[in-house]
Design a protein around this ligand. Structure first.
Ligand code: AMP
Length: 519
């Protein structure tokens, strides 16, 4: 089955229901949205693109996002959504790696990306929103929806590995439909009057959650700002109402602070689904106090999209439960189509309470990494997905994540991979060695800190290091702080001990002495 059937069915049965809003303005009903997706599909097919091909989406959140995505599925293609915050060179890497045959983009991003496209020869067509070319695409006339098999690729989801190179998670129709079913049973039932608001990037979790809202023929709202603006969201809560949104913990925190400071009415928010990074207990308690019982937590990863565990509204609200605080600190229990366990390094399941790697099995688990059999074999072993996350289960099946086995830094809900930044900094002639780690930060979850060993004892100028990062990687990844040290702590194999660097930054008790800083 092709995931686009969710839209086809909604349009046939509920054609007159409102489908798409830009801010508070209603743009299309379901019949209209399906007609535009069918027209996009017609345009793509007439340009020679068809089942088996991939179409990249490098756009900030905009109303065209859904017609491009569902239009590509309608034509039988797979989508490759790319985070609009990435540096154009990073986007180019993904375009090239995915061998995308076409690209949807928006004018703000096109200016810097299009001059680089010679380096992505597979791209044969570029559709820039708001241009005559884009209107032409839709002018070709509709085609019937393509048939796809459950195991066919629907979404190539680029995440990054600790090697610093993004990996393309192959998400199939079956996976996305299993995720959709789990949304209804484990996260939140959806009513047609509900409205999914896209405040987080549609290239990731927010876009994935368009599927259950399509299945329920609910409303889709793209904020006019194209992103996350607490005041705008509070306005949409009162004008559009019944908002459901996926948000990283940082966004939740900012929204709660706004609602509290403005003494705004939270009743226009139906459900705030948070996940993608750790949520501190104090923050969710404050959220519950200010906004009421409107929260659900999910834990997932690209390799098992949005769907490993959930901590439902009822458990978050159950203040009288003797272990309420432990539950708030957990990520909840396995979603209904997921088998989950905690195992040791040999893949042997561990007893409750013991810490090990989280493993997942079920229809929601990825088919593998695109063009990367080695990484696929590492992640999928013995029939299980090895998540790289470390945690422990309690006797009732609640999972508490302890740490990530990889050294991923999660800042504001975005994953940042240290190796990528280290490679950029090492390009500076004054840098002999470097190690990038995350330091706890009350607002962003973590902030990026670089420990730098200067070459020949002379400190490079932090502004020059910053400039180097700005040239090569997305802004949000660059270090917020530089610490200059004589040497990095290393083990017997010469591997840098990042745990020691992190402990030094966290300033906890029993921590090892920080590496000696140069003056
Ligand atoms: P991504 O593949 O970009 O979605 O990142 C997934 C990673 O984010 C997971 O492997 C976890 O390490 C982390 N993560 C996701 N959800 C949660 C959560 N609810 N609490 C803590 N960490 C999370």
């Amino acid at each position: 089955m092709n995931v686009v059937q969710l839209l086809v069915r909604a349009a046939r049965t509920h054609g007159a229901r409102p489908a798409l809003y830009h801010g508070a303005s209603r743009l299309l009903d379901y019949r209209g949205l399906a007609a535009r997706a069918a027209a996009v599909a017609g345009g793509l097919r007439r340009r020679g693109l068809g089942p088996g091909d991939r179409v990249a989406l490098f756009m900030a959140n905009c109303p065209e996002y859904l017609e491009a995505m569902y239009g590509a599925w309608w034509a039988g293609l797979a989508v490759v959504p790319i985070n609009a915050k990435l540096h154009p060179r990073e986007a180019l890497f993904i375009l090239e790696h995915a061998r995308a045959g076409a690209l949807f983009t928006s004018p703000d991003l096109a200016t810097s990306l299009l001059p680089l496209l010679d380096e992505a020869p597979a791209i044969r067509h570029v559709f820039e929103t708001g241009t005559a070319g884009y209107r032409d695409l839709l002018g070709a006339g509709p085609v019937p929806p393509a048939r796809r098999r459950p195991e066919d690729l629907a979404w190539l989801f680029y995440t990054s590995g600790t090697t610093g190179r993004p990996k393309g998670v192959m998400q199939t129709n079956r996976m996305l439909l299993a995720m959709t079913a789990c949304y209804f049973s484990d996260v939140d039932p959806v009513d047609a009057a509900d409205a999914a608001v896209y405040a987080a990037p549609m290239s990731h979790g927010a876009g994935l959650y368009s599927l259950p809202h399509m299945a329920a023929a609910a409303r889709h709202v793209v904020p006019e700002s194209g992103g996350f603006d607490p005041a705008e969201l509070a306005g949409l809560a009162s004008s559009v109402g019944r908002l459901s949104m996926f948000a990283a913990p940082t966004m939740v925190k900012r929204l709660v602070a706004h609602v509290e400071a403005a003494d705004a009415d939270p009743s226009g928010f139906k459900t705030l689904v948070y996940g993608g990074g750790p949520m501190y207990v104090e923050d969710i308690r404050r959220g519950l106090a200010v906004m009421g019982d409107r929260f659900v937590q999910i834990y997932g990863q690209g390799e098992s999209p949005m769907t490993i565990t959930a901590l439902p509204r009822q458990q978050l609200a159950d203040r009288g439960h003797p272990r309420w605080l432990e539950r708030l600190a957990s990520v909840g229990y396995a979603q209904s189509q997921v088998e989950m366990r905690v195992a040791d390094e040999h893949g042997e399941p561990l007893p409750d309470g013991e810490i090990g790697e989280v493993q997942v099995r079920g229809d929601v688990v990825m088919a593998g990494y695109w063009r990367d059999p080695q990484a696929s074999a590492r992640a999928l072993r013995g029939g299980w997905l090895w998540t790289g996350d470390v945690g422990a289960l309690d006797a009732e099946g609640f999972l508490t994540l302890k740490d990530r086995s990889k050294d991923v830094i999660i800042s504001g809900g975005s994953n940042i991979y240290p190796r990528e930044i280290e490679e950029v900094l090492l390009a500076h002639p004054g840098v002999a060695e470097v190690a990038v780690v995350g330091a706890p930060d009350p607002e962003w979850g973590e902030e990026v800190v670089a420990f730098v060993v200067p070459r020949d004892g002379e400190r490079p100028d932090p502004a020059a290091l910053d400039g180097l990062c700005l040239d090569r990687i997305a802004r949000f990844k660059r270090p917020k702080r530089y610490r200059f040290v004589d040497a990095l702590p290393k083990n017997h194999y010469g591997k840098v001990l990042k745990t020691e660097l992190k402990a030094a930054l966290a300033g906890g008790r029993n921590e090892p002495a920080p590496p000696k800083e140069t003056t």
